[in-house]
Design a protein around this ligand. Structure first.
Ligand code: SAM
Length: 311
């Protein structure tokens, strides 16, 4: 019987979201705090060797999918070598990356060569000026080029993550959804989460409201993801090349099927994005704990995975 991580609510945890840096080359209005944000000192961030060891231990416990995130993964030096080593691990059936796409055009070829086949790209607008206003960087063209370069190389699926904000980009829901008519992108509309309460109160729009707008454009056929079960509900316009996804952490939360663990850039293990409690793995890694001791910390965390978030 292979090792498996089963939590107290009978969910099998086989998916790890691994943050490789807290640094980012964007300053999105809804993500980072307006002021007082400080990057971690370099020595507090897990080294690649440490990250690989953790993934190896997690693989021994039944983790089979890993998504690399950040911060922005592509701002970390030597990230492509790290990804190649991750993809070479036989137990990891699925290695994917979440990126803001700013550097994607320049790394896409090497990313493919490293073995990555799936990417998620965050893009909240199709309008360059609005992109700059949301992210603080004049970067729309770079992301757009990155998306099409990745498509040409063969990445699939390419998911475009759109955080929907009332009065900011809700007027573009139609245009973003219609991208899927002629291109195979999976455009996924995500409910704004309250990381910055003042933005949240003004800007939140539910997935049901998004769905109403999308459905007014044409018949939508329910469909499934191209890579197993994730948090999104998927639909397709008749004859469309791409798909439309709705991710609703606030209204149709996906806790009952949550199969995730998260490790932050400084090595804190979290069993839920919205729960403050975490287990430090960096200390034990650096104090010489054995693989088995670290594995038992992970097993212990799984036993405390909450049934659902309390937002
Ligand atoms: N830099 C990478 C990127 O841009 O995809 C990875 C890290 S970023 C924090 C991961 C995802 O979280 C992005 O899709 C971003 O839009 C989303 N995100 C950040 N703040 C959010 C919020 N308040 N509500 C919903 N999604 C949010």
């Amino acid at each position: 019987m292979p090792h498996q991580l089963i939590d107290p609510y009978a969910r099998r945890v086989d998916y790890l979201r691994l943050s490789v840096t807290d640094r980012c080359n964007l300053r999105c209005t809804y993500c980072v705090p307006a002021e007082g944000f400080r990057f971690l000192p370099h020595e507090d961030i897990l080294r690649y060797e440490e990250l690989l060891r953790l993934v190896d231990i997690a693989a021994g416990l039944g983790i089979r999918k890993v998504r690399i995130t950040g911060g922005e993964p592509f701002v970390r030096k030597d990230i492509l070598d790290f990804l190649a080593r991750l993809c070479a691990m036989p137990e990891m059936h699925d290695v994917s990356v979440t990126t803001n796409g700013l550097l994607l055009a320049s790394v896409a070829k090497d990313l493919w060569a490293a073995g990555v086949r799936r990417i998620n790209v965050s893009l909240d607008t199709l309008q360059p000026a609005k992109y700059s206003a949301i992210t603080g960087v004049d970067g729309f063209e770079s992301v757009w080029r990155g998306l099409w370069t990745a498509l040409e190389i063969g990445f699939f699926p390419i998911k475009i993550n759109v955080v929907v904000m009332k009065g900011v980009n809700d007027d573009e829901i139609g245009a973003l959804a219609q991208l899927t008519l002629t291109s195979p992108f999976h455009v996924r509309f995500i409910e704004l989460m309250p990381f910055r309460p003042e933005t949240y109160r003004q800007r939140y729009l539910s997935s049901d409201e998004v769905m109403e707008k999308v459905a007014s454009l044409g018949e939508l056929i329910p469909t499934c993801s191209d890579n197993g079960n994730g948090p999104a509900r998927y639909y397709q316009f008749r004859g469309a090349l791409g798909k439309i996804g709705l991710i609703s952490p606030m209204t149709h939360h996906f806790c009952p099927t949550c199969n995730r663990l998260r490790i932050t850039a400084e090595g804190a293990l979290r069993t839920c994005l919205f729960v403050e409690s975490e287990i430090d793995l960096r200390g034990p890694l650096r104090r010489g704990f054995s693989d088995e001791q670290i594995a038992s910390l992970i097993r212990h965390a799984i036993r405390t995975k909450p049934q659902r978030h309390q937002l």
